[in-house]
Design a binder for this molecule. Structure first.
Ligand SMILES: Cc1cc2nc3c(=O)[nH]c(=O)nc-3n(C[C@H](O)[C@H](O)[C@H](O)COP(=O)(O)O)c2cc1C
Ligand SMILES: Nc1ncnc2c1ncn2[C@@H]1O[C@H](COP(=O)(O)OP(=O)(O)O)[C@@H](O)[C@H]1O
Length: 347
């Protein structure tokens, strides 16, 4: 066992792996059209669930408590950008992870609207009255100040507010939370990740960036070279940081978290082989079969850029140095971050 340079806390890993929070129901309002629950709404896609989103939801939940009504997050499945944009942005969270996180945000429920072209053509009044109003007795609405809804984005905060006033609903357009005098947005965080500035991205996310995917078979060579690598395919459109070797963490299906050496980018030496992966990880201290399992990888630090090795021996030497570096930074112990009846963890 190697003592890591700095011991990471379980609370930090729980935050990074988004563990905790009690699960609120996720429902399609069209299927609950007879209940009309009195509610305060927070509406958005909330990709990343970053500090700005967390602040907006906290304020909406406070408003709901003050009014003694349910706090309902209204979101879309999938992200409207996936349907409306010819080149959808890569996402900070997979769709399922995003909805799951919103369900554990402290809301009383998540009204999840299947997003279609038909929904996109509705104006704000039809959206609130016909889509949401049948299931929810809306008392107040919280959105970001730059929020736009409906056909051609006509439903700005002021447009929504002038309709809402006529039916006694309060509309709050929250100014975007700033960091270094610049608004915290999903787009800003995407740019930071693309530029490899994972520390800045983590500050804005309030957790380290992570990617989830399913472990697929690769060329089967890693093990023979002395470092089995779990190849992560099917990544739900999530954004990759720049090519290179990273120190990070991986959570196996049993809930344990292992220090990991992560590679981003198709290995140039094997680029011709379709079985080569652009995201893979060697878990320190783990042995077992991960094929078909879902694995989340958290990025801690970038160790080095990718290198186009000429010789296998050079590649092996470089990866062994990466593994040693991960061991020195993060140790080689697995962490149990499950809650096991402990209080729910708020992140
Ligand atoms: C930490 C780490 C760093 C890596 N760095 C490089 C690299 O710089 N250049 C490269 O061609 N491949 C790199 N690789 C990828 C290996 O080439 C790849 O894992 C190996 O060929 C096994 O592939 P397989 O899992 O498909 O069998 C790295 C892998 C790991 C785990
Ligand atoms: N410590 C470990 N880190 C990563 N994968 C491991 C580890 N131990 C066992 N495995 C298993 O080995 C597989 C990777 O072996 P590898 O020889 O690189 O084959 P492939 O090319 O199919 O990824 C993983 O998908 C996983 O099922």
């Amino acid at each position: 066992m190697t003592a890591p340079q700095s011991r990471v806390s379980v609370a930090e890993l729980r935050r990074d792996f988004m563990v905790g929070g009690s699960q609120a129901p996720v429902f399609n309002p069209a299927k609950h059209a007879d209940s009309r629950i009195p509610a305060t709404l927070a509406i958005g896609v909330f990709d990343g669930y970053h500090r700005g989103h967390q602040r907006l939801l906290a304020e909406a939940f406070r408003d709901a408590r003050r009014r003694s009504v349910s706090a309902i997050v209204v979101t879309f499945d999938p992200d409207p950008d996936e349907i409306l944009s010819s080149i959808p942005a890569k996402k900070l969270l997979g769709n399922d992870a995003r909805i799951d996180l919103l369900a554990r945000s402290g809301a009383d429920g998540v009204a999840c609207l299947p997003f279609t072209h038909a929904l996109a053509t509705l104006d704000h009044r039809a959206f609130f009255e016909d889509v949401l109003g049948t299931a929810l007795d809306i008392r107040s609405i919280h959105v970001g100040a730059d929020f736009r809804l409906g056909r051609g984005g006509e439903g700005s905060v002021s447009v929504i507010r002038s309709w809402a006033q006529t039916v006694g609903i309060e509309v709050v357009g929250h100014e975007l939370l700033l960091e270094d005098e610049v608004p915290i947005t999903s787009t800003r965080i995407r740019s930071l990740i693309e530029a490899g500035d994972l520390d800045a991205a983590a500050r804005l996310l309030a957790r380290r960036y992570s990617i989830e995917g399913v472990v697929e078979r690769g060329r089967g060579e890693g093990r023979a070279m002395g470092f089995p690598t779990a190849n992560i395919g099917q990544r739900a459109g999530q954004l990759l940081p720049p090519d290179g070797a990273y120190a990070g963490w991986a959570q196996t299906p049993d809930g344990l978290v292992w220090p990991a050496a992560i590679n981003v980018g198709i290995p140039p030496m094997f680029a011709h082989d379709p079985a080569s992966a652009s995201l893979e990880a060697t878990l320190l201290g783990f042995s077992g079969n991960l094929y078909g399992s879902s694995l989340r990888l958290v990025f801690d630090t970038r160790l080095r850029p990718s290198h186009a090795f000429e010789m296998r021996a050079e590649l092996i030497e470089a990866v062994q140095a990466d593994l040693a570096s991960v061991r020195a930074r993060l140790g080689d112990d697995a962490y149990d971050i499950s809650l096991r009846g402990e209080e729910h963890y708020d992140y």
